[in-house]
Design a binder for this molecule. Structure first.
Ligand code: DOR
Length: 435
């Protein structure tokens, strides 16, 4: 695709952390250069129609499994970032449970290089907390930090040992901007379980993963945060008790942040009724009470970010019986629409607050200077244009992801990405990727 040096986004409502205003946006050489009503179009300038749409900083996903290296039959960095761009994301944090894991400089460098070459979305690499995500010996965090890694996590696995977690936090304290992100599930409580432990698991006869498996780790790590002072981020929070713990930790002034995934505020464990492995995920879908608590936590600022936990699996893997299928669901191409449909339309969140959770607050957690910035002259043109009222039916077979495991297949949602700009270049136009 020819690099377009200048383009004009016309007729949209700009929403960013400064507020909402009707304005055209002119982009040149990768940056926003002018914002205002009824800007005159230069003769050779391309224009993108944003009538009836919102123009906002591009979305930032703190939690994406891109599967490369090692599981490219489920997703590659290219297909995953194309899905991200179509979902309105201009930056994603790649999770470390690849094969090999992202625990050394060579693997992290190759993920960064492949992401940059695909050019669909900024790819940020997480780095492991421990070698091989095995929970024992600390990974070379300083070396990974030197490559730009700011989010350290063993995601996919919990750092089970309090002693190892404390050492990681103490080490990260010397790395400005570093965040230690925990997959909070105590395996001694969750092991062998395939869905939330409760009334539905009893009725279906499926062994459960109790909410306390999450809260016991969250409570512990909040105390480790208090003694070390290092920022701790809780990944994919699913339980009401976690929201209460994070709220109390914030009231103590601790540097604790938390994210939730769309499936955890949109779906419950009742979805597992038909034994469909599409609804199997770790941590599991929980009860209506948990969903309500998460929604409250989103509304009152306790939760800092909506992150997808996009977890592609091949059809062969997912089409196994519930107890044998791997956990995980796609999220990148549905996150914005699920957020609008489940939270904005019912009046739980203002659209501006939803965008804060999807863009500028996660950008701040990941320390991404060029993402989530106000739509103002001088800032990088990482932008999304979406129609918040557009209704569409999710069709798994039409996703850009290589995988098909969306739990929202067949659902009608509101809110559709029209255009996505990465560094001033349109990577999605009228809903279709340009590269
Ligand atoms: O459901 C999940 N799937 N949870 C995780 O933490 C890992 C993920 C995966 O990698 O498939």
């Amino acid at each position: 695709m020819r690099a377009l040096r200048e383009l004009l986004i016309t007729g949209g409502d700009v929403i960013d952390e400064r507020g909402t205003r009707r304005a055209d946006v002119r982009v040149r050489d990768g940056n926003v250069v002018e914002v205002g009503p009824d800007l005159a179009r230069d003769a050779d300038e391309q224009s993108l129609d944003a009538a009836g749409c919102v123009v906002s900083p591009g979305l930032v996903d703190l939690h994406v499994h891109l599967r490369e290296p090692g599981d490219e039959e489920a997703e590659t960095i290219e297909t995953g970032t194309r899905a991200a761009a179509r979902g309105g994301f201009t930056a994603v944090v790649a999770m470390p449970n690849t094969r090999p894991a992202l625990d050394d400089a060579a693997v992290v460098s190759s993920v960064l290089a492949t992401g940059a070459a695909a050019g669909l979305c900024e790819v940020v690499s997480s780095g492991c907390i421990t070698v091989g995500r095995a929970g024992e010996q600390l990974a070379p965090m300083g070396e990974l930090y030197a490559l730009g890694v700011r989010i350290f996590t063993d995601d996919g696995s919990c750092v089970a040992s309090a002693g190892v977690m404390r050492r990681a936090l103490e080490y990260a304290a010397s790395l400005p901007g570093a965040v230690v992100a925990q997959h909070a599930e105590d395996e001694t409580l969750a092991h062998g379980g395939h869905m939330h432990e409760g009334a539905w698991s009893s009725r279906l006869g499926i062994p459960g993963r109790p909410a306390v498996a999450e809260t016991v780790i969250v409570a512990r790590d909040i105390e480790l945060c208090a003694v070390t002072g290092t920022p701790v981020h809780f990944l994919h929070c699913s339980a009401a008790g976690t929201v209460a713990l994070v709220r109390a930790a914030k009231a103590r002034g601790l540097p604790v942040t938390a994210e939730v995934a769309p499936h955890h505020f949109a779906l419950t464990d009742a979805c597992c009724e038909g034994f469909d492995p599409m609804f199997k995920v770790h941590p599991p879908l929980r009860t209506r009470t948990d969903v309500e608590a998460i929604r409250e936590g989103l509304a009152d600022g306790t939760i800092d970010a909506i992150a997808t936990d996009h977890a592609p699996h091949t059809p062969e893997a997912k089409e196994r019986p519930f107890e044998e299928a791997p956990p995980g669901m796609l999220g990148l191409e549905t996150a914005l629409a699920v957020t609008i449909t489940e939270l904005v339309d019912p009046g739980i969140l203002a659209l501006e607050d939803a965008l804060a959770l999807l863009s500028w607050r996660p950008a701040a957690i990941a320390g991404l200077a060029g993402q989530g910035r106000p739509v103002e002259p001088g800032n990088p043109a990482n932008l999304v244009v979406f129609d918040p009222a557009h209704e569409w039916e999710v069709r798994a077979d039409r996703l850009a992801s290589r995988a098909r495991n969306t739990p929202f297949d067949g659902r009608t949602l509101r809110g559709r990405v029209k255009h996505t700009l990465l560094g001033g270049a349109p990577v999605v136009i009228d809903g279709e990727a340009t590269r």
